[in-house]
Write a protein that binds this ligand. Structure first.
Ligand code: GLN
Length: 238
């Protein structure tokens, strides 16, 4: 949704990666875009809803439209459709995002948190980031890049533990938000390019909803893993 407005650091590349990983396995995958002011789609018919990151200004521009889609997004989420959310999109699932000027940008209130940016625009969380996760059932360190003013406090089900960078707020121990059908993160990158486990978790989840319990065919992820390893070595090795 809003891929033409919430596309910070090439975030919409995330959807190209999902499509690529499906195509390589012969899995049908259609991506439809929703833009501001379009007819509200029945989102429950989809497998996954994706919203990327954006600056405060873009968040202000889409907020009213997003509220217009609230019932459709909420019904989809409650019926098990996967939500994948990056940074600005993540913040707008909360009750509100208070930007650096003190304006409350209303969010959908799907999750019981809010995000507040400090009044100084210089106080931003800008860093490469490494997060230790267990959402696959195994320990996986994921990497990305964060650039947010917003401070999200008190998330009880984070995506993972911060090994390098900030996470949900300045020098936080934790990053993102996780439920079995939600991955929300401050990681740009695009996030999926160096973290194939996230794509495959979401693809498997969607296939399971369609009754398939087959293991996903492995792909050649050498390049992705090497890119990630370069970052892990650079950031974690003293
Ligand atoms: N505008 C929001 C913030 O600064 C989100 C930024 C983003 O998506 N990177 O916190």
């Amino acid at each position: 949704m809003y891929g033409d407005m919430l596309d910070l650091y090439g975030d919409s590349g995330n959807m190209e990666i999902i499509q690529y990983r499906c195509r390589m396995r012969g899995i049908d995958c259609t991506v439809d875009g929703y833009s501001l002011g379009s007819e509200i789609p029945d989102l429950s018919k989809y497998d996954l809803i994706y919203i990327g990151g954006g600056a405060d200004l873009e968040q202000q521009h889409i907020s009213a439209d997003l509220l217009r889609c609230r019932d459709s997004i909420k019904a989809a989420y409650e019926s098990g459709v996967f939500l994948f959310l990056i940074c600005g999109g993540y913040q707008l699932m909360f009750k509100y995002y208070r930007d650096a000027d003190g304006n409350d940008i209303p969010g959908l209130g799907l999750f019981d948190y809010c995000t507040v940016a400090p009044s100084s625009r210089k106080m931003r969380c800008i860093s490469n980031i490494v997060v230790r996760t267990h959402f696959t059932g195994k320990e996986v360190d994921i990497v990305g890049f964060e650039n947010h003013g917003g401070q999200t406090q008190g998330v009880r089900t984070p995506l993972g533990e911060v090994l390098f960078g900030n996470g949900n707020c300045s020098r936080s121990k934790y990053e993102g938000y996780f439920e079995k059908n939600v991955i929300a993160t401050y990681m740009h990158g695009p996030c999926l390019s160096k973290n194939p486990e996230i794509s495959d978790y979401m693809i498997s989840y969607c296939l399971k909803r369609h009754g398939s319990d087959d293991e996903l065919a492995p792909l050649d992820d050498r390049l992705e893993n090497e890119c990630r390893q370069v970052m892990l070595d650079r950031l974690l090795k003293k």
